[in-house]
Design a protein around this ligand. Sequence first.
Ligand code: CO
Ligand code: ZN
Length: 332
Amino acid sequence: MNFNSQLLMELVNTYGPAGNERLIREYIIGQIKDYVDEIHIDELGNLIARKKGNGKKIMIAAHMDQIGLMVTHIDDKGFLRFTNVGGISPYITLSQQVQFENGTIGIISAEPIDNIAKLKLSNMFIDIGANNKEEAEEKISIGDICVYRSQYNENDNVVFTGSLDDRIGCYVAIETIKQIKEPTNDLYFVFTVQEEVGLRGAKTSAYRIDPDIGIAIDVTGSGDTPKAKTFAVGLNKGTAIKVKDNSIITHPKLRQIMIDVAEKNDIPYQLEVLEYGGTDSGAIHLTKSGVPTGAISIPTRYIHSTVEMVSKSDVQNSIKLLTKVLELQFDF
Ligand code: CO
Ligand code: ZN
């Protein structure tokens, strides 16, 4: 299994902020349609792709939405004010290029401030190079969402680009779909919407599917950069099996099964105890009377920036672990 740079580059470069996932959904459908038995799009826009099997009903979730900036106001000179869609840092946002669904490009700047610590999204603006309000309104409306533009780069070890959260999870799911020929279990791969604003798509799709088991695929942080907060996860040390984040304590039996599979197949892994953040697993495990749920995480540096970084070998090991786990016969 080679690293599919082309697929990942196209995934991270396709527009799809939370609440407006149409283009990324269409792109993913094009990549998986020949490898799945059924495709359904639910009322919120989740993409549910089924690979039929006779065993347990397993929901695998990767969110296809990305963080973005939503226009709140257009002034007389054509400058746009905005609010965040998901976790947006003002420091990371300053001086970025952004792109809207219709291709309009802008840059982010700020009012003059004496102290950088006072930088807030509310004193920043988007400049799309319009001469006045009317010209800006020909391209942009209140409520439109733009996303950061970023460059895709990779070397032998890592990939660095924006939107790896969670297009790298989508990548792992797509590559796993292609790996599995005769599913042991009844697999529902869900490319969820609106994770970045509160795990919303996972909630409704899990209710519909009513799975026996849930597995989320998402990024986690890393504790391996200079003076990073203590965290026993780093790049190039293997896929991460989640124990906890702020949305879930993963199901102990399912977690142990994942660990056993990794040990048995010599797949490098690390145990992840994340002291912040959440994943779609948090929504899935609270569905109806409860669903045994775990998560496979891809260790990632600089999350929610335009220079997120993952290790290619960690990504490959995540695909291996997910594929092997989905081939098991479960007794719960
Ligand atoms: Co995120
Ligand atoms: Zn994510």
